[in-house]
Write a protein of this length. Structure first.
Length: 187
């Protein structure tokens, strides 16, 4: 008789647990709402970088580099940023990173120019209509500073002129790689 009471209590406990858990989880994820009829459209957000007309998602800006870059030396190159989607978006240079065994403390100047020709590779200052977007340590660049962003319409592009300059006494025999990460968000 003793054993049958234990079996009855154990079975009752299992039944309570099963029914209790089934009732508490059912309403956690259900909802419904009526909406008026309408049209839902979708679009594409697609940021591309690289030479105008041949932009890609990941691009190596080979022109922004130099061997034997001496004290106060610089390297300069243009980068086209294009909205290849069919919806406007807000974008920014989300961040930069400078890597290497002994990273070179570069100063970065980013200037918006009218066309790639206004940013002569390893040439003088950008020409034509220009707007300086950033001037400071390359390792801390964010353009514009979050949460701000730049609006880019579908099929539109901007050209940024990147200029990396070394300090008066850069590390000897150092090699660095600078990576730029962009972010685009729907408007």
């Amino acid at each position: 008789m003793k054993h049958s009471r234990y079996w009855a209590l154990a079975a009752a406990s299992v039944v309570v647990v099963v029914f209790g858990s089934a009732q508490t989880t059912g309403a956690l994820w259900r909802d419904q709402d009526a909406i008026a009829g309408g049209t839902i459209t979708s679009g594409t957000l697609d940021i591309k970088v690289g030479p105008s007309g041949t932009e890609v998602n990941n691009y190596t800006l080979a022109a922004l580099g130099s061997k034997n870059l001496g004290p106060n030396g610089f390297s300069q190159a243009p980068l086209s940023i294009r909205n290849a989607g069919n919806q406007p978006f807000n974008y920014r240079l989300q961040g930069t990173s400078v890597s290497g065994a002994t990273p070179i403390p570069f100063n970065l100047t980013i200037t918006k120019v009218a066309a790639a020709a206004n940013c002569v590779v390893n040439g003088g200052a950008p020409t034509g209509s220009t707007t300086v977007l950033f001037n400071g340590p390359a390792s801390s660049a964010q353009v514009p500073v979050a949460p701000a962003a730049r609006l880019l319409a579908p099929t539109a592009n901007e050209v940024w002129c990147f200029r990396l300059a070394t300090v008066a006494e850069p590390p000897q025999s150092a090699t660095s790689q600078v990576a730029f990460s962009f972010r685009a968000d729907q408007t």
